[in-house]
Write a protein that binds this ligand. Structure first.
Ligand code: GLY
Length: 362
């Protein structure tokens, strides 16, 4: 088993990574948040495949678990779902010391995490992610929240988990397209902070795509370590944590501009990272070989590297200006200086951004 410790001034937790780890969920939960009750919030896509193992493990560790499900779509990541979950927890008399466990992808983790942050003013939260994207990004670092009609993730909190349990075997039932989407965040981590990881993904791409068990544990451990390091440096996104938004301002415009129907988040991030890197190369900020290496690696993963069906630039740029990462009305972009190093840039001219969008349609 691989473990990564995330240590903050007033809180610490361990991220455990291994195949078959759902069998140990109960024991690990008992060590991190001992109580007689627990709530397991389950992604409805995985009820048949993984919930029995999780519930059996909790019962074997002497928990009396409440099982609640939620539909894992962006249109269910909202306050109506949160309210429904509050009612179930209250009806079942879950207490302030009862841990709440999210079993599923990022949508379930974010929503259940917001419930955990606010139910009885906060209960112990455990992340048990079952998608690659949630394993390497969303489950670590304590960002929880829900969408509003006005935009994604506009209501939320920082509520760090007390434990993260990553069973890499759950990836076996994840659709291939979703698995590949998780690789976008892995490539991102390499590009913003760790050239060795970038090269390692390139060299091991066949074993990663074949989901070789030891390679997956190493991939996830290396990525979780980067995410944990960033969060330990800057828990509340006052500085360096914003580097994790590399490619995301472009990606959110792609997702919103196509009504969230055409591109998965990871696919939009792939395109967004290319746009940001080409913009940086075109303005002399980084060498053009960084963009070439990024496109080459993303091609190997199977993520999209061009898109001829994007909305017009004025629509995409209007969405970028309404993004919550806008500061004082100016679009904030994370742009590479070199492979492994990025900066936050506030003053990118519109024509440079338009050029980056055009480069994706070529
Ligand atoms: N997913 C970006 C962050 O956790 O800050």
């Amino acid at each position: 088993m691989a473990t990564v410790d995330l240590v903050l001034p007033h809180h610490r937790y361990t991220i455990h990574i291994a195949p078959g780890l759902l069998a140990d969920l109960g024991t690990l939960t008992r060590q991190a948040a001992p109580h007689h009750r627990a709530a397991l919030i389950i992604d409805d896509k995985i009820i048949d495949t993984h919930s029995q193992a999780a519930l059996a493990s909790l019962k074997a560790a002497n928990f009396d678990p409440l099982a609640a499900t939620m539909t894992a779509g962006e249109d269910h990541k909202n306050l109506a779902t949160v309210e429904k979950l509050y009612h179930q927890l209250l009806d079942q008399r879950l207490e302030r010391r009862s841990p709440l466990i999210a079993l599923g992808g990022g949508i379930v983790g974010d929503t259940a995490g917001f419930v955990a942050a606010s139910y009885l003013r906060g209960v112990p939260f455990i992340q048990c992610p079952t998608t690659l994207l949630a394993m390497v990004d969303a489950s670590v670092g304590g960002k929880v929240g829900v969408n509003m009609p006005q935009g994604k993730n506009l209501i939320g909190a920082f509520h760090q988990p007390v434990l993260v349990v990553i069973d890499t075997d759950t990836l076996k039932t994840l659709p291939k397209r979703d698995f590949i989407c998780g690789l976008a965040e892995c490539v991102k981590h390499g590009l913003i902070r760790d050239p060795d990881l970038f090269d390692w993904i390139d060299q091991n791409i066949d074993a990663i795509l074949a989901q070789d068990s030891a390679t997956l544990v190493e991939l996830i451990e290396r990525n979780v370590r980067i995410k944990a390091d960033v969060v330990m440096e800057d828990e509340k996104e006052a500085g360096v944590r914003a580097h994790l938004n590399f490619g995301h301002t472009f990606a959110h415009a792609i997702e919103a501009g196509t009504e969230y129907g055409r591109y998965r988040h990871g696919e939009a991030v792939s395109l967004g990272m290319i746009a940001a890197t080409r913009l940086a190369a075109a303005s002399g900020r980084c060498d053009s070989t960084v963009a070439d290496r990024l496109v080459s690696l993303l091609n190997k993963t199977g993520l999209p590297t061009q898109a001829n069906d994007l909305p017009p630039n004025d629509k995409l740029m209007a969405i970028m200006r309404s993004d919550k990462k806008v500061a004082d009305g100016r679009v904030r972009l994370v742009l590479p200086d070199q492979l492994g190093k990025v900066s936050i840039v506030n003053d990118t001219p519109d024509d440079a951004v338009a050029g980056a969008w055009d480069s994706l349609r070529a």
